[in-house]
Design a protein around this ligand. Structure first.
Ligand SMILES: Nc1ncnc2c1ncn2[C@@H]1O[C@H](COP(=O)(O)OP(=O)(O)O)[C@@H](O)[C@H]1O
Ligand SMILES: N[C@@H](CC(=O)OP(=O)(O)O)C(=O)O
Length: 366
């Protein structure tokens, strides 16, 4: 059975009316001949952070499985709201959450890894309904406990579902139409990149470009799913970037509030880097007159917990901002203490990369 897989992130749901806007788009797609639709949703903007704060206020040492179950409720409620908005349009719709999506993970709570997928439940639901709304960023482990796939991981859910249904593409909707040469909200002259290779956006995403999740991109490349980045505007849906086999562009990213650890020796640094590498976490290793340090650039919450559980020597010394220049020859990384300084550097680097571009603030009309 063919189904179109769409993903709407937290930036698509800032107000309750947004559920009607998305429902309206889904209705239009069905009206123009799309047979079946699976819509993957994230929690409303800001909800996941609120849930995390509430949990940690109740118990700073709440178990990771307890925290995962709490965080996943943000996406569950969002899925219920979209189901409610779609059913008002008299479209047969059903929502599914991590317990019934057919995605099984290991028990690495906080950022679980996918072990197996089974499309049976989604396919059965699609036989009875035109639209299935799936709660993103969640699954269950082998013993049936809810697991969270990591921050911003609903992209991964959407790509996994597209792949398990045998689809060759997945549409990811956001508050930007696609991938730019820098965050367009920070760099007025950022340019939209129409076509991008998986490996290029993978590196951008590992270094702070949160528009696509790095594990989602990795899964898409492995399972040959093209990612179509889109935005829902008052003029309808517009496509900005297609991520598939080819396309490249120079870019600059910033990873905000990256934790830095100081190591007493090179051996201590080696064991910290080895621990994080085993969990495919992107780190920077710094050796200079300030000593030996490790800065965590991706999967920050999960990585920090791994370090604290491992009870190894490195000491947390503060947060920094990682600015990365990416081009076909590789990466150049800068560590900047304050965020404003990091933004200035990002703008400066971008201006050197694309000197002729006229700066128009993102969202402004020319
Ligand atoms: N190179 C980039 N291109 C586009 N967006 C970027 C880039 N780098 C960072 N971003 C940020 O990614 C955001 C979209 O990702 P995100 O907030 O996770 O959306 P969603 O909630 O829809 O998943 C944009 O608002 C933008 O600020
Ligand atoms: N709501 C979750 C998962 C997610 O994927 O969010 P978004 O699609 O808005 O990046 C988070 O913030 O971690």
């Amino acid at each position: 059975m063919n189904a179109t897989v769409l993903k709407f992130g937290g930036s698509s749901f800032r107000h309750t009316e947004d559920y009607h806007r998305v429902a309206g788009h889904i209705a239009d797609r069905l009206a123009t001949g799309e047979g079946k639709i699976v819509a993957v949703v994230s929690a409303m903007s800001g909800i996941t952070d609120n849930l995390k704060e509430v949990m940690l206020n109740v118990n700073k040492k709440a178990s990771p499985s307890n925290v995962d179950a709490a965080l996943a409720t943000g996406e569950m409620i969002s899925a219920c709201c979209l189901e409610a908005a779609i059913s008002r349009l008299r479209i047969p719709v059903m929502s599914l959450n991590g317990y019934s999506l057919g995605i099984r993970t290991n028990s690495d709570f906080g950022r679980a890894s996918i072990e197996s997928v089974d499309p049976k439940q989604i396919m059965a639901a699609l036989l009875e309904h035109d639209v299935i709304v799936a709660a993103g960023a969640q699954a269950i482990d082998q013993s049936g406990r809810l697991t969270f796939l990591g921050r911003n991981s609903s992209d991964l859910t959407a790509i996994v579902i597209a792949s398990m249904l045998g689809e060759h593409a997945c549409e990811i909707y956001s508050d930007v139409p696609g991938v730019y040469t820098a965050d367009p909200y920070l760099v007025p002259g950022a340019q939209l990149i129409p076509e991008l290779a998986y490996q290029t956006i993978l590196q951008m995403s590992l270094h702070g470009a949160k528009v696509l999740h790095h594990r989602g991109v990795h899964y898409a490349e492995k399972h040959r799913v093209s990612i179509i980045c889109k935005s829902l505007t008052s003029d309808g849906a517009i496509t900005g970037t297609i991520v598939s086999g080819h396309g490249n562009a120079r870019s600059v990213t910033v990873a905000r509030d990256s934790p830095v650890f100081s190591c007493a020796s090179l051996e201590e640094c080696d064991s910290l880097c080895a621990l994080l590498a085993r969990h495919d976490i992107n780190v920077l290793r710094l050796e200079d007159s300030h000593g030996v340090r490790v800065c965590i650039v991706s999967d920050i919450d999960f990585a920090q917990r791994l370090v604290s559980l491992a009870d190894i020597g490195p000491v947390f010394i503060g947060l920094s901002n990682v600015v990365t220049e990416l081009d076909s020859s590789g990466l150049l990384v800068h560590l900047v203490g304050d965020y404003d300084g990091a933004i200035s550097l990002v703008r400066q680097i971008h201006e050197q990369m694309y000197p002729a571009v006229v700066s128009v603030p993102f969202g402004a009309s020319v």
